[in-house]
Structure formats: structure tokens, C-alpha cells
Design a protein around this ligand. Structure first.
Ligand SMILES: [Zn+2]
Length: 674
């Protein structure tokens, strides 16, 4: 196997239109962080880069829906996600963003170089345009029936049911997901990267030279290649993104799939003036950490771009994970079926490692996997608390009780001692092998075996009993237990950085390198402190609260049934209803009722009283001065002894709740509503 001088670790750039959830963490960022921390412990020259992916249509759509600028959307989520990563100890050397100037310049130069080398094909084509929304439609925003498997919810770029890559033209019955309308074709000029040209090279590079890649990754690449690659547009019609750096291309930007991976290069440039050695020296090992939805971009498309450019290295490995589900259901932002990182920390402050542990232990490495709150609780209570926390606690408490916290010297060594010391070395080697093969679940299990080993050793040697008869022997037992404890701070550091920092504090030791693991660390007479709790038990109440939170999301997402449409009426009948604008002058609750408010209103024609059933939706003080619409010629009727002279128009949401119907801008009271 080739030995490398340095490492460049990239993690998928999260898209800046939403917060990060546990699926992202389990699939990409926890594994990438474990790998990076491990390499740092080994003293390797390693940098880990990431950042926000801030271009593309979904961001412009979100901005449009919220009535803010795209920049405001990306600023919000960049800040939120950057903080979430920091809070969870995801130790990127840089977390950049693609709206930065340095990225615009890097991406633009990259395009220009390929353009000048004649790598692109120029094509005018017909593309789907949404006339209602007034924009060309991204492939993702066209839905229709998959021509291969008949899935009616296939996207314009891919059918998620059968995994086939598609173009929007292949869809049967396409419709725009922006407006729901049927899109029309319009002609527009674009530049394409001829992926078909790279196909023979990709077949050789991946299928022959990278049989070591994970089977899910290798398999997906093979299936893409076997279907045959098509030229792919690198530009698109949009007003948000990196503008095309060539003349007469106003309103066109780089396609986000082209600009986003270049973000790794820009981030490295921003981090260090030495960036070229990480990107251009074949002695650098580049590893892309991604989720399975990104395999084609990182294994086929980005490598083709790098190959076309000519001066860059290619990834050595792309250890993509499958997806993490939540309580048996696919994680979904729109259905709020997720555990958001910033919310987790509000509910479980200081328990980052409990989540990191649970996510690594259930990581979807070879197939989709399921996160459940019950399993999270079990792993915390039965593994972190009962195995790791318990061993550390017993060792440090006994050392403090017997020796005032000073590490005792070892005396004669028994066979059992030798076995434990050897096993410690073996565990270190096994963790190494697993991490280097990107098998992080296995690595974590093996690392925890060191705590299991310690527990078993204490249980078998029973120093608390032996101390009454053979004080010398207990010194040896405690010395070995302390060496295991100190070894844990190295072996578990990549997985549980917060807790290992705590443990180093109790042991009075600095962060050690990986080479120190497997042998003795603490010198005789070294002083350790009294321990606190390494992990806390998580009670049923906390878990039930999370499950209830999810059930509430589920309920809120239940489809609503609308009232059936009413029978048609003539215009003459409609025009007999006198609807007018009015302003609320006074508002108060009707005593001894829950729903009724008594309002005094100015209709322009008169001042009158209306009783309305809106007390559950509006506080009286918030209504004063508000403009409303009323049915002015409804026969007066008595409600709770008060004569109500009309009715307020309300929009009643089928999910519950009522909202006052009000003119878009203030108009004179008494204006007729027609
Ligand atoms: Zn399909």
C-alpha cells in the first residue's frame, strides 16, 4: 500500500437552507471527525475542510417564500450550522462558505481554465420553464413518472426508488414542484462537461484501480458507468450563484454541482497559503466523507472535473454512508421528522458525547440504519455509564482511597496481568485497522473493549477484597487499572473528545499521541484527582419527552381534509351580501365565556357592537385598531344577552385556528368588499 506524506479530509458541504440533523452527523461528520482526530493523534500532517454550500435553486425558492434575500437565508443557516458543528466537537480546520469572494474567484477561474482548454461543449437546448413562477426549472423541481420503474414521484435528475439517473425530458407527465403547473420548453444556451469522454478513464480508475472502495460506493459507480454517462450542463439560468466569467452570459451562473465541490479547494486556500501541496502533490491522500446521495458527484463528476483541469490529485477513497432513519421513518425536514442538533443540546446540555457515541454505534455504514431514542438511552446507560464510566470511577476512587491519589508501583506480575497488558496492545492495533478501513462502528466497539477489559480485570482481581490480605498485590492491580484508564484517553479520544478531555483532567495528563497507547503511561507516584461523573444516566422521562415531540410532529403532518365545495349561487344572490371594512375601537371578553369577545367597531356608517367567537385566537388588546371585514347586513341577533350587529369574516384553518381577513393595506372604513 502506498504511504502518504499528508492527508486532506473533506466533508460534504451542508446546504445552507436548513439546520443540521442527526442523519447528517451519523452519515458524514462524526466519521470524518473520528478519522481526522485519529490522524492528528498519530501526528500526521492532516487538514479537514468543510463549509456551507450556499448556491442553487432551493435557496432562492426559500428566500422567495420568506420574502427575504438569498443572502439572508444562507447567513442564517451558515451561522447556525457552523455553531452546531463546533458545539459537537466536529473539529474542522476551517468551515468556510461558497458565497465568499475567494470561492467565487476560485470557481470562476476553474471554469475559465476548462473553457480555455476547450473542455466544454456549447449547446442551445430546450429547457423546462415554469411560466407561473417565471423561472427555468432545476431538475430537482420537476417531478413525474420514472420511465424505468413507474415511480410517480421521480425527480428530473434521479428516481430515488430505482436509483436510475434521469433527465427531466425522460419523465412521463412532468410537472413543476414550484407551482404545480405543467412546464413548457424554452431555448437557452449552456456549457456542458462531456462526461462521456471520461467514461473509459473512469472505468479504469474506479472499476479496476479502486476495488478497495466500500461495496455500496463501488456498486453505485458501476451502475452509473454501465448506464453510460451523458454530457452535463455546468451553467444555468439563475440570478444567484457564481456568474459565468465569459461575455454575453448575463443571467447565467455556474451550476451548483460544479461550484460546490470546488468549495473544498477554496476553503483550503482560505486556510493556508500552502494549499497547493494538499491539492496537487500526489503524496497527499485525499478522502471525501459524504452521504450516499453524493456518491455520483464525488466519484464520477468531481474527479472528471479535476482530471479535465489536469493539475489536481484525485480522491484515494470516498467512504460514503447510507442513510440514517429515525424511529423507523425516513428523516424529513419538511415533515419535521428529525432530531436537530441545536435542539438536542437544549434538551441534553453537555451530552454531546452520548449522541456522538450512539450515532457512531448505529452508523449506516453498509445499509440504512435506524436511530431510536430507546436505543440511545440504552447505549448511554448500559455502555457509557455502566461500562466506561463505572470502570474509570472505580479505578480513580480506589486509587484515592488507598494511596491518596498517587499511582502505586507494580510488584510481581501474574499471568492474568500479562494477558491484560497484551490485550491492551491488541486493542490498539485493532482500532487502528478498523479506522484506517473506514469501519468506525467496529473501531468504536473495539475501543470500548478496552473499558470492558478493565472492568473484567477489576471484577476478577477484586482489589477491594485482596486489600485485606495482600496489600502489595493490590498495588499491582491498581497500577495496571490506571494504565488502562490512561490508555482510554487516547483510544477513545477520536470518538468521545469531550469526555476524554474531562478524564485527562482527572488524571492530570496532557493530550498524548497515538504512539503512547498500548503501554504504560502513568509513572509511579504520579497524582490523580478524585473523579466526577464521566457520564450521567438518562432517565425515562427525558426519552419519553423526545418521543412525544416526534409524535406531535407526526400529528401536525396528518393530512387535513377540507370541507367540500358548496353548491353554486347566482351573482344576484351574492351581491345581496353587504361586506364592508371596519376598524376595532374596543374589545373585551364576554364574562363567563371562553370563546366570545365583544367588539365595538367603526364601520364608517356607524359605530356598532359585534360579538365574535375568536377569544381563543386573539387577545382583546391586540385587536384594537385592527382593520377587519364584516357582513354588515346580517340580521342582528342576541348572544349571551348582547345584541350582535353583524359578523366578522375569518379564515378558518382546517388544522384549527382562525385568522381575521383584512385588506392588504388600510382603506377607509365602510369600503365595500366585492
Ligand atoms: Zn425509477
Amino acid at each position: 500500500m502506498k504511504t502518504y506524506k499528508r492527508y486532506l479530509i473533506t466533508s460534504a458541504l451542508p446546504y445552507a437552507n436548513g439546520p443540521i440533523h442527526i442523519g447528517h452527523l451519523a452519515g458524514v461528520y462524526v466519521p470524518s471527525d473520528i478519522y481526522t482526530r485519529y490522524l492528528r493523534l498519530k501526528g500526521a500532517d492532516v487538514i479537514s475542510v468543510c463549509g456551507s454550500d450556499e448556491h442553487g435553486v432551493p435557496i432562492t425558492l426559500k428566500a422567495r417564500n420568506e420574502g427575504v434575500s438569498p443572502q439572508e437565508v444562507v447567513d442564517r443557516y451558515h451561522k447556525l450550522n457552523k455553531k452546531a458543528f463546533e458545539d459537537f466537537g466536529i473539529s474542522f480546520d476551517i468551515y468556510s462558505r461558497t458565497s465568499n469572494k475567494i470561492h467565487h474567484k476560485t470557481a470562476s477561474d476553474f471554469f475559465l481554465k476548462l473553457y480555455q482548454q476547450g473542455e466544454f461543449i456549447e449547446k442551445t437546448s430546450e429547457q423546462f420553464y415554469d411560466e407561473e413562477a417565471g423561472c427555468f426549472l432545476a431538475d430537482r423541481y420537476i417531478m413525474g413518472t420514472c420511465p424505468h420503474c413507474g415511480n410517480e414521484r421521480a425527480y428530473g435528475d434521479q428516481c430515488e426508488k430505482c436509483g436510475t439517473s434521469l433527465s427531466p425530458m425522460e419523465l412521463v407527465n412532468p410537472h413543476s414542484t414550484v407551482s404545480g403547473s405543467k412546464p413548457v420548453l424554452r431555448s437557452t444556451k449552456h456549457w456542458y462537461l462531456p462526461l462521456d469522454k471520461y467514461e473509459p478513464w473512469l472505468r479504469q480508475w474506479i472499476l479496476e484501480e479502486h476495488k478497495d472502495w466500500k461495496t455500496n460506493v463501488y456498486g453505485q459507480c458501476k451502475s452509473w458507468l454501465d448506464q453510460g454517462l451523458q454530457p452535463r450542463a455546468v451553467s444555468r439560468d439563475l440570478d444567484w450563484g457564481v456568474p459565468l466569467p465569459i461575455e454575453n452570459t448575463e443571467g447565467k451562473v455556474l451550476y451548483v454541482w460544479f461550484d460546490a465541490p470546488i468549495g473544498y479547494i477554496s476553503a483550503t486556500k482560505e486556510l493556508t497559503p500552502d494549499w497547493e501541496k494538499y491539492w496537487k502533490d500526489p503524496d497527499t491522500k485525499m478522502v471525501h466523507f459524504i452521504g450516499k446521495d453524493n456518491i455520483v458527484f464525488h466519484c464520477i463528476i468531481f474527479p472528471s472535473m479535476l482530471k479535465a483541469e489536469g493539475s489536481f490529485i484525485l480522491p484515494d477513497n470516498v467512504p460514503a454512508n447510507e442513510f440514517l432513519n429515525l424511529e423507523g421513518d425516513k428523516i424529513s425536514t419538511s415533515r419535521n421528522w428529525a432530531v436537530w442538533l441545536h435542539e438536542y443540546l437544549e434538551d441534553f446540555p453537555g451530552k454531546q458525547d452520548a449522541l456522538r457515541y450512539s450515532l457512531c454505534a448505529t452508523a449506516p455504514e453498509t445499509k440504512d440504519n435506524d436511530f431510536t431514542w430507546k436505543e440511545f438511552q440504552t447505549r448511554n446507560n448500559n455502555e457509557l455509564v455502566a461500562i466506561l464510566g463505572n470502570f474509570v470511577n472505580r479505578t480513580l476512587v480506589l486509587t484515592n482511597n488507598y494511596y491518596g491519589g498517587n499511582v502505586p508501583s507494580r510488584g510481581a506480575i501474574t499471568d492474568a496481568d500479562v494477558e491484560v497488558l497484551n490485550e491492551m496492545k491488541e486493542i490498539k492495533a485493532n482500532v487502528e485497522t478498523s479506522i484506517e478501513a473506514y469501519r468506525f462502528r467496529e473501531a468504536l466497539k473495539e475501543a470500548m473493549n478496552l473499558a470492558r477489559l478493565g472492568n473484567k480485570y477489576l471484577a476478577e482481581q477484586e482489589p477491594w477484597k485482596v486489600v485485606k490480605t495482600d496489600a502489595e498485590r493490590v498495588k499491582t492491580i491498581m497500577n495496571i487499572s490506571l494504565q488502562i484508564t490512561a490508555n482510554l484517553t487516547i483510544i477513545l479520544e477520536p470518538f468521545l473528545p469531550f469526555s476524554m478531555e474531562k478524564l485527562r483532567g482527572w488524571l492530570n495528563i496532557e493530550k498524548l499521541t497515538w504512539n503512547h497507547a498500548g503501554g504504560d503511561i502513568l509513572k509511579d507516584g504520579h497524582t490523580v484527582q478524585k473523579p466526577g461523573l464521566l457520564f450521567e444516566k438518562i432517565e425515562d422521562d427525558a426519552i419519553n419527552a423526545q418521543i412525544e415531540k416526534l409524535n406531535a410532529s407526526k400529528k401536525a403532518n396528518m393530512s387535513v381534509t377540507l370541507e367540500a365545495a358548496k353548491d353554486p349561487i347566482s351573482f344576484d344572490i351574492f351581491s345581496t351580501v353587504d361586506i364592508r371594512t371596519a376598524t376595532v375601537l374596543e374589545a373585551e371578553k364576554v364574562p363567563k365565556t371562553a370563546k366570545l369577545l365583544k367588539l365595538k367597531i367603526d364601520t364608517g356608517l356607524d359605530v356598532r357592537t359585534i360579538v365574535s367567537r375568536i377569544a381563543e385566537c386573539y387577545d382583546p388588546e391586540n385587536l384594537i385598531g385592527k382593520q377587519i371585514c364584516i357582513v354588515a347586513n346580517l340580521e342582528p341577533r342576541k348572544i349571551k344577552g348582547i345584541e350582535s350587529q353583524g359578523m366578522i369574516l375569518m379564515a378558518q384553518d382546517p388544522k384549527g385556528g382562525m385568522k381575521i381577513v383584512t385588506p392588504e393595506e388600510k382603506v377607509s372604513n365602510g369600503s365595500a368588499v366585492k
